[in-house]
Design a protein around this ligand. Structure first.
Ligand SMILES: Cc1cc2nc3c(=O)[nH]c(=O)nc-3n(C[C@H](O)[C@H](O)[C@H](O)COP(=O)(O)OP(=O)(O)OC[C@H]3O[C@@H](n4cnc5c(N)ncnc54)[C@H](O)[C@@H]3O)c2cc1C
Length: 554
């Protein structure tokens, strides 16, 4: 059998290597249009930023190495330009011109290409993308003598690129069309990252678009839709990727909005043609929606699975994806798994949302820092999505929650999870257990919540009871709120009842913990009460600049 693989990086090379491990007889040919295979695209920003010093460290494998160790016929600088699926023949283009190559089975793992929006001036030589090793080498060379950089797009790669520019000492600005950086994050999480970027000295222009690049002798100017003009010696274009599937569509491979449609084994609509990775549409594990997921883990695993299917090992199918992802920004880590509000709303799913700010390990052990954690779960308690931002311990919590989503766990299961603990690593009640406990309290009515985005309506229709200390309240509180520190509440309950005058009581504190204690007292006293999810910390992050409309100091 001859197996031909198009694309020699994550998904493609994973498929080719697995196919070899399962069959010594198969002729395996990998065709890669670029000059490298098996390179670490995920490491490119860290090479530009200087943390990975040597370009060679990015080259995980070479064609010669793959030939020696796996007997793969790897052909670089070879572009597949057409497929004749009737004859099972592909057309190649390389330095010798075009030629044909037959296949028995064909795996497509062509990845995605950078979106280039129709912005005048984007053809400037100062505009760079960051997709390949030559891109990274070119960008690093351009740092010589550069003083300023503009990164267009604040997705995962855009933020990594911005951090790299900042690390290299450039005055760095980020432009993002969406209302906030890292659009898959919820607003209240993204604000924390924004604050960190600003702390690093990176200027953030969110909610605006780049409308033109004016090319100059000495430097370019990026013009924004709000009239801002940003000088740029370097412009990094990182506004997203799109599966580049024209060649395959012409061959009759079915695509939806550019992504190749595959079945649960990775087979396309065309016999003997398979596809994996960024170019394909995956099923969302939570909502079932089909969408491309441009992440390395899913591409690698799908490559392995498709090779299994081709070699007759068909016990396993492609899973739905939770889209678990993580990024470092300065001293913070942000990570997410599963659905966010937008995807849940689009799917018409009903859900609860909770916010908590536990310490990443025991508070009495030196170095404890807060994890800002939020979680969506269904009305049946099933965990649907989670996001976290913090200095430490974010990766572990989101990975546990990713497993929970995959396993179909409910908040009750989270409460029961038996997680490793000693003071330097966690708490006897881990943040994940606490999220489960909160979720259970919400489901059984022990904890009723109100949310930051409803603040104006809440202020208009209820008594806002602030149970923080007087000093905290003086630093900023909701206009018209009543301050009764939670330790005084039992003695001042009648004062609260009188102030509420029949209205519900909307309690808040800094993080939601003290106000929960207050809520239980109010509940026992027969008052109708609800607790601000995540407290003032979440409210300020969720409202951003809008917070000034409702928060007063003094
Ligand atoms: C800068 C950067 C940082 C990233 N960081 C992370 C991260 O931290 N975590 C994470 O999970 N993911 C990350 N990713 C995404 C991850 O790298 C991709 O999801 C993954 O590589 C996709 O694998 P793939 O096989 O589908 O495509 P790729 O790995 O992109 O490989 C596709 C290959 O196919 C080749 N090709 C395309 N068309 C043809 C053709 N017609 N003929 C021959 N060859 C062709 C291309 O040249 C390309 O080399 C990052 C990506 C980039 C660019």
């Amino acid at each position: 059998m001859r197996l031909v693989v198009v694309g020699g990086v994550a998904g493609g090379m994973s498929a080719a290597a697995r196919a070899r491990r399962l069959s010594e007889d198969t002729e395996i040919i990998v065709l890669e249009s670029r000059g490298e295979v098996s390179f670490a695209n995920c490491g490119l920003p860290y090479f530009v930023g200087g943390e990975i010093e040597d370009k060679e460290q990015l080259l995980v494998q070479t064609p010669a190495g793959l030939s020696a160790s796996l007997g793969l016929d790897v052909r670089i600088n070879t572009d597949v330009v057409a497929i004749d699926t009737e004859r099972r023949v592909i057309t190649l283009s390389d330095s010798d011109g075009t030629s044909e190559l037959s296949y028995d089975e064909l795996i497509l793992s062509p990845g995605a290409s950078a979106i280039r929006p129709p912005i005048p001036g984007l053809d400037s030589p100062r505009v760079h993308t960051l997709r390949t090793v030559p891109d990274a080498v070119g960008l690093k060379a351009a740092l010589e003598g550069a003083r300023s950089a503009v990164v267009m797009g604040a997705g995962f790669i855009g933020l990594e690129a911005a951090e790299a520019m900042e690390m290299q000492g450039l005055r760095t600005s980020v432009v993002e069309l969406a209302p906030h950086v890292l659009p898959p994050l919820e607003t209240e999480m993204a604000q924390l990252l924004r604050d960190e970027l600003v702390r690093l000295g990176i200027a953030i222009h969110d909610g605006v678009s780049a409308t033109a690049v004016e090319q100059g002798e000495d430097h370019d100017v990026v013009v924004l839709s709000d009239g801002t003009r940003l000088d740029a010696d370097i412009i990094v274009l990182s506004v997203g990727v799109r599966p580049d599937t024209r060649v395959w569509e012409e061959a009759g491979v079915t695509c939806d909005r550019g992504a190749i449609l595959i079945d649960e084994l990775g087979h396309t609509a065309v016999e003997h043609v398979w596809a994996v990775g960024d170019a394909t549409a995956s099923a969302d594990l939570v909502t079932g929606a089909r969408r491309p997921v441009a992440l390395a883990g899913p591409a690698n695993r799908a490559g392995r699975l498709v090779a299994d299917a081709i070699m007759g090992k068909r016990g396993h199918v492609l899973p739905g994806l939770a889209g678990t992802a993580i990024v470092r920004v300065g001293e913070l880590t942000a990570a997410l798994t599963g659905a966010n509000r937008r995807s849940l709303d689009e799917a018409g799913m009903k859900y609860h949302t909770i916010h908590l700010h536990p310490l990443h390990h025991a508070g009495y052990f030196p170095g404890a820092t807060q994890i800002h954690l939020m979680m969506h779960f269904g009305t049946d308690g099933k965990v649907l999505g989670a996001q976290a931002v913090g200095n430490d311990g974010v990766d572990k919590r989101i990975d546990v929650l990713a497993v929970a989503i995959k396993a179909g766990f409910t908040v009750h299961d989270l409460m029961d999870l038996d997680l490793a603990y000693s003071p330097p690593y966690g708490s006897a009640k881990d943040p994940v257990n606490m999220a489960g406990m909160m979720g259970c309290n919400v489901l059984d009515g022990t904890l009723k919540l109100w949310h930051a985005e409803d603040v104006e309506a809440v202020m208009a229709s209820s008594l806002v009871l602030d149970v923080r200390s007087a000093a905290e309240v003086a630093d900023g509180h909701l206009a018209g709120s009543l301050n009764v520190p939670h330790v005084e509440l039992r003695d001042r309950m009648e004062e609260v009842r009188a102030a509420a005058n029949g209205r519900p009581v909307s309690v808040l504190c800094a993080s939601g913990v003290r106000s929960y204690l207050a809520l239980r007292q109010l509940d026992h006293a027969g008052l109708q009460a609800r607790n601000l999810s995540g407290g003032m910390l979440t409210l300020q992050a969720a409202l951003g600049g809008r917070a000034n409309n409702v928060i007063i100091t003094g």
